[in-house]
Design a protein. Sequence first.
Length: 131
Amino acid sequence: MRLSLATILIISLLLTNGFSQKKSKPKNPCQNAMSQGEINICTRREFEQANAELMKVVEKVRTETKDYEGAVEKFETAQEKWLTYRDATCESEAVIYAGGSIRPTILNTCLTSVTVERTHRLKAFISEMNQ
């Protein structure tokens, strides 16, 4: 099979162009969130990240306190009550926006803020234990 010079040039151009294109980093869609729906999704992601970090620190507290009689049980009780407090506090802040499209953002922002605060307090507790 004979390829014409034009066909070879086109194939070469296509291959060269495909290999020379730079791969761009995927953009953070939350950086330029414009609609309330996008903002709601982004604030939820921020809360989920904050909560995941908290869960790591909670596990570290469990590990660090396991040698102290009754400490893990008391911490578990406190953590359970704290979760109830967090959820109730943030629901009380978001209730005035019931039915509004901004409600999820208000709720998620509160959840994130309170969760980050708890994470910092637990990290400080772990630090004090290790001194």
